[in-house]
Design a binder for this molecule. Sequence first.
Ligand code: R5P
Length: 302
Amino acid sequence: MATEAPGDAPLLLAFPDEAALAQALARELGATLALIHEHRFPDGELKLRLPPALPERVTLLRGLQDPNHKLVALLLAARTARTLGARRLDLVSPYLAYMRQDMAFHPGEAVSQRIVAGFLGELFDRVVTIDPHLHRINSLDEVMPGSRGIALGAAPLLGCWIAAQWPGDAKPLLVGPDEEAGQWVQQAGAAGGLAGIVCTKTRRGDRDVTVELPGHTLRGRAVVLIDDLASTGHTLVQAARALFAQGAASVDAAVVHALFRGDALQQLRAAGIGRVWSTDAVAHETNVISVAPLLARALRQA
Ligand code: R5P
């Protein structure tokens, strides 16, 4: 792995904690990979060190799970990359944080989606991401200036993976735990030839949600819950309980972004969820599908 960038070859920059996805992406792109050195001072401040000379075209990989210090790191890295020679600077952020706060639900609240997307759009020429949580808007263009955002979809990859786990005729039913998940149920279903339904979720707090199923016979059915992300896991847990109460024979789960904070995965197991699958957009023990080819295709076209 290179630690210094040569003349004008395309370069992928990444942070050491995302080295696995970075290596896969660099292989797909035929790019040189260099890791950014990050030092965190005792008071929490960051110091970054990039290769001292950069080519004209640089792509930076940084997923925004656990986002707050990473947003500062992106500010430092992007501004430094420009001074070191990068003219075209793209960000690949497989998981784009802060997309769920897409309106002021109460007077005075920050609309984080707009602010964070705008911030990244000012730092980078292109921002490539996967299944950002777009609910009340249709496209990143609405929050990122100058059509800089490229939103890719990994739900079809999940759909194909799920379909392949049931090689016979009896296929599982896809279930989205809330209305936002309708888009992922639809895309995964189309790719895998699977039927799906969507539940209704009421959220009263971070760990306080209820999920109601549409009237649907589930007796003896194998079900796969599908969502863009799991954080505390409560959404999937409540959905699984409702599915078992309605007679589901088995419940598995597939998510694009495996955030799984704290004991979330154990909570899923305790609720009877069998297999849990995710993409490597966020590195996690449940990863079974690589998004590197999807990202590389988009970067080649960007
Ligand atoms: C929100 O609508 C998202 O799609 C997820 O359903 C939600 O954020 C998952 O969060 P948690 O795992 O904490 O319930």
